[in-house]
Design a binder for this molecule. Structure first.
Ligand SMILES: C[S@@+](CC[C@H](N)C(=O)[O-])C[C@H]1O[C@@H](n2cnc3c(N)ncnc32)[C@H](O)[C@@H]1O
Length: 194
Protein backbone atom coordinates (compact mmCIF):
# COMPACT_ATOMS: atom_id res chain seq x y z
CA UNK A 1 0.00 0.00 0.00
CA UNK A 2 1.30 3.46 -0.89
CA UNK A 3 1.73 5.95 1.93
CA UNK A 4 1.38 9.64 1.16
CA UNK A 5 3.28 12.23 3.15
CA UNK A 6 1.36 14.10 5.80
CA UNK A 7 2.24 15.67 9.14
CA UNK A 8 1.60 12.50 11.13
CA UNK A 9 3.55 10.22 8.80
CA UNK A 10 6.52 12.60 8.81
CA UNK A 11 6.45 12.78 12.62
CA UNK A 12 6.43 8.97 12.80
CA UNK A 13 9.41 8.78 10.45
CA UNK A 14 11.32 11.20 12.70
CA UNK A 15 10.38 9.09 15.76
CA UNK A 16 11.88 6.04 14.03
CA UNK A 17 15.06 7.98 13.21
CA UNK A 18 15.49 9.28 16.75
CA UNK A 19 14.40 6.55 19.15
CA UNK A 20 16.53 3.60 20.22
CA UNK A 21 16.12 0.76 22.70
CA UNK A 22 16.26 2.19 26.22
CA UNK A 23 15.19 5.75 25.36
CA UNK A 24 12.63 7.73 27.36
CA UNK A 25 9.89 9.57 25.46
CA UNK A 26 6.62 11.38 26.17
CA UNK A 27 3.23 11.38 24.48
CA UNK A 28 1.60 14.61 25.66
CA UNK A 29 -1.77 13.80 24.04
CA UNK A 30 -2.51 10.11 24.57
CA UNK A 31 -6.04 9.92 23.08
CA UNK A 32 -6.79 6.34 22.09
CA UNK A 33 -3.15 5.34 22.48
CA UNK A 34 -2.09 4.84 18.86
CA UNK A 35 0.95 7.07 19.26
CA UNK A 36 1.71 5.78 22.77
CA UNK A 37 1.77 2.20 21.46
CA UNK A 38 3.95 3.21 18.50
CA UNK A 39 6.46 4.89 20.84
CA UNK A 40 6.45 1.90 23.24
CA UNK A 41 7.49 -0.31 20.33
CA UNK A 42 10.31 2.04 19.33
CA UNK A 43 11.88 2.35 22.80
CA UNK A 44 12.00 -1.40 23.30
CA UNK A 45 12.01 -3.40 26.52
CA UNK A 46 14.47 -1.12 28.27
CA UNK A 47 12.72 2.12 27.35
CA UNK A 48 9.90 4.06 28.95
CA UNK A 49 6.99 6.17 27.69
CA UNK A 50 5.15 8.73 29.80
CA UNK A 51 1.72 9.52 28.34
CA UNK A 52 -0.71 12.27 29.38
CA UNK A 53 -4.37 12.98 28.77
CA UNK A 54 -7.11 14.87 30.61
CA UNK A 55 -9.80 12.29 29.73
CA UNK A 56 -10.24 9.14 31.78
CA UNK A 57 -11.47 7.34 28.66
CA UNK A 58 -8.04 7.92 27.11
CA UNK A 59 -6.35 6.10 29.98
CA UNK A 60 -8.84 3.21 29.77
CA UNK A 61 -8.57 2.84 25.98
CA UNK A 62 -4.79 3.16 25.92
CA UNK A 63 -4.32 0.72 28.78
CA UNK A 64 -6.45 -1.84 26.93
CA UNK A 65 -4.52 -1.30 23.70
CA UNK A 66 -1.13 -1.65 25.40
CA UNK A 67 -2.24 -4.77 27.28
CA UNK A 68 -3.31 -6.38 24.00
CA UNK A 69 0.09 -5.60 22.50
CA UNK A 70 1.96 -6.67 25.64
CA UNK A 71 3.47 -3.19 25.94
CA UNK A 72 1.88 -1.91 29.16
CA UNK A 73 5.04 -2.38 31.24
CA UNK A 74 6.84 0.19 29.11
CA UNK A 75 4.30 2.96 29.77
CA UNK A 76 3.20 5.23 32.58
CA UNK A 77 -0.28 6.57 31.80
CA UNK A 78 -1.03 9.85 33.55
CA UNK A 79 -4.50 11.39 33.92
CA UNK A 80 -3.52 15.04 34.06
CA UNK A 81 -3.02 18.12 31.97
CA UNK A 82 0.29 18.08 30.11
CA UNK A 83 1.01 21.53 31.53
CA UNK A 84 1.81 19.66 34.79
CA UNK A 85 4.42 17.47 33.12
CA UNK A 86 7.17 18.64 35.49
CA UNK A 87 5.31 17.12 38.45
CA UNK A 88 5.71 13.65 36.96
CA UNK A 89 8.93 13.60 34.96
CA UNK A 90 12.19 14.24 36.79
CA UNK A 91 14.57 12.91 34.14
CA UNK A 92 15.66 13.99 30.67
CA UNK A 93 13.76 12.66 27.68
CA UNK A 94 14.75 11.94 24.09
CA UNK A 95 11.51 12.79 22.34
CA UNK A 96 8.13 14.40 23.02
CA UNK A 97 5.10 14.28 20.76
CA UNK A 98 1.99 16.44 20.79
CA UNK A 99 -0.88 15.51 18.49
CA UNK A 100 -2.92 18.61 19.21
CA UNK A 101 -6.64 19.27 18.95
CA UNK A 102 -9.43 16.91 19.89
CA UNK A 103 -9.98 13.21 19.54
CA UNK A 104 -11.72 12.41 16.22
CA UNK A 105 -15.08 10.88 17.10
CA UNK A 106 -14.77 12.19 20.66
CA UNK A 107 -15.95 15.33 22.45
CA UNK A 108 -14.72 18.26 20.36
CA UNK A 109 -15.01 20.54 23.41
CA UNK A 110 -12.11 18.67 25.02
CA UNK A 111 -9.36 20.10 22.92
CA UNK A 112 -5.84 21.32 23.53
CA UNK A 113 -5.61 25.06 24.14
CA UNK A 114 -2.98 27.65 23.34
CA UNK A 115 -2.12 28.61 26.95
CA UNK A 116 -1.68 25.09 28.32
CA UNK A 117 0.04 23.83 25.17
CA UNK A 118 2.56 26.67 25.41
CA UNK A 119 3.25 26.00 29.09
CA UNK A 120 3.73 22.29 28.41
CA UNK A 121 6.04 23.00 25.49
CA UNK A 122 8.21 25.32 27.56
CA UNK A 123 8.55 22.65 30.24
CA UNK A 124 9.39 20.05 27.59
CA UNK A 125 12.22 22.24 26.30
CA UNK A 126 13.77 21.94 29.77
CA UNK A 127 13.31 18.18 29.91
CA UNK A 128 14.81 17.50 26.50
CA UNK A 129 18.21 15.83 26.39
CA UNK A 130 20.82 17.06 23.86
CA UNK A 131 19.87 15.84 20.38
CA UNK A 132 16.33 15.23 21.65
CA UNK A 133 13.29 16.48 19.75
CA UNK A 134 9.76 17.78 20.29
CA UNK A 135 7.25 17.04 17.52
CA UNK A 136 3.92 18.94 17.42
CA UNK A 137 1.22 18.05 14.92
CA UNK A 138 -0.90 21.21 14.68
CA UNK A 139 -4.37 21.57 13.11
CA UNK A 140 -4.68 25.16 11.87
CA UNK A 141 -7.89 24.28 10.01
CA UNK A 142 -9.90 24.92 13.16
CA UNK A 143 -9.91 28.01 15.37
CA UNK A 144 -8.10 26.62 18.42
CA UNK A 145 -5.48 25.05 16.19
CA UNK A 146 -4.91 28.34 14.39
CA UNK A 147 -4.30 30.08 17.72
CA UNK A 148 -1.95 27.29 18.82
CA UNK A 149 -0.02 27.57 15.56
CA UNK A 150 0.47 31.32 16.04
CA UNK A 151 1.48 31.00 19.69
CA UNK A 152 3.84 28.07 19.17
CA UNK A 153 5.37 29.72 16.10
CA UNK A 154 5.94 32.95 17.98
CA UNK A 155 7.65 31.20 20.89
CA UNK A 156 9.78 28.75 18.93
CA UNK A 157 10.96 31.16 16.23
CA UNK A 158 12.66 33.15 19.00
CA UNK A 159 14.63 30.20 20.38
CA UNK A 160 18.36 30.67 19.97
CA UNK A 161 19.83 28.77 17.03
CA UNK A 162 22.80 28.02 19.27
CA UNK A 163 20.53 25.80 21.33
CA UNK A 164 17.72 24.60 19.04
CA UNK A 165 16.88 23.71 15.46
CA UNK A 166 13.30 24.70 14.68
CA UNK A 167 11.55 23.46 11.52
CA UNK A 168 7.94 23.92 10.46
CA UNK A 169 6.67 21.52 7.79
CA UNK A 170 3.53 22.63 6.00
CA UNK A 171 1.88 21.95 2.67
CA UNK A 172 2.12 25.02 0.47
CA UNK A 173 -0.28 23.91 -2.29
CA UNK A 174 -3.28 22.55 -0.39
CA UNK A 175 -6.57 24.15 0.54
CA UNK A 176 -8.26 24.16 3.97
CA UNK A 177 -5.13 24.53 6.11
CA UNK A 178 -4.03 20.89 6.47
CA UNK A 179 -2.11 19.71 9.57
CA UNK A 180 1.43 20.99 10.00
CA UNK A 181 4.42 19.56 11.85
CA UNK A 182 6.54 21.73 14.11
CA UNK A 183 9.89 20.16 15.13
CA UNK A 184 12.17 21.54 17.84
CA UNK A 185 15.49 19.74 18.20
CA UNK A 186 17.92 20.52 21.01
CA UNK A 187 21.40 20.81 19.53
CA UNK A 188 24.08 18.46 20.81
CA UNK A 189 26.60 21.13 21.72
CA UNK A 190 26.16 24.88 21.69
CA UNK A 191 27.21 26.23 18.29
CA UNK A 192 29.95 28.78 18.29
CA UNK A 193 28.71 32.14 17.08
CA UNK A 194 30.32 33.10 13.79
C1 LIG B 1 -5.76 14.50 18.55
S1 LIG B 1 -6.05 13.70 20.07
C2 LIG B 1 -4.62 12.67 20.29
C3 LIG B 1 -4.65 11.37 19.52
C4 LIG B 1 -3.71 10.35 20.10
N1 LIG B 1 -2.33 10.74 20.01
C5 LIG B 1 -3.92 8.94 19.54
O1 LIG B 1 -2.94 8.29 19.15
O2 LIG B 1 -5.07 8.49 19.55
C6 LIG B 1 -5.78 14.96 21.30
C7 LIG B 1 -5.92 14.47 22.74
O3 LIG B 1 -5.41 15.51 23.59
C8 LIG B 1 -6.11 15.46 24.80
N2 LIG B 1 -5.93 16.72 25.52
C9 LIG B 1 -6.57 17.89 25.34
N3 LIG B 1 -6.08 18.82 26.16
C10 LIG B 1 -5.11 18.24 26.89
C11 LIG B 1 -4.23 18.69 27.92
N4 LIG B 1 -4.25 19.96 28.32
N5 LIG B 1 -3.36 17.81 28.46
C12 LIG B 1 -3.32 16.52 28.03
N6 LIG B 1 -4.12 16.03 27.05
C13 LIG B 1 -5.00 16.88 26.48
C14 LIG B 1 -7.53 15.18 24.38
O4 LIG B 1 -8.27 14.65 25.46
C15 LIG B 1 -7.34 14.19 23.22
O5 LIG B 1 -7.45 12.86 23.67
Amino acid sequence: MNTFINAIEISKTICKLKLRNGDIAVDCTMGNGHDTAFLCQLVGEKGKIYAFDVQESAIINTKKKLQELNLLERAELILDDHQNIDKYIKENVKLVIFNLGYLPGGNHEITTKKETTLEALQKCLELLEPNGIILCVIYPGHENGKLEKEALGSLTSKLSQKDYNVVNICFTNQINNPPELLCIEKVQFSRRST
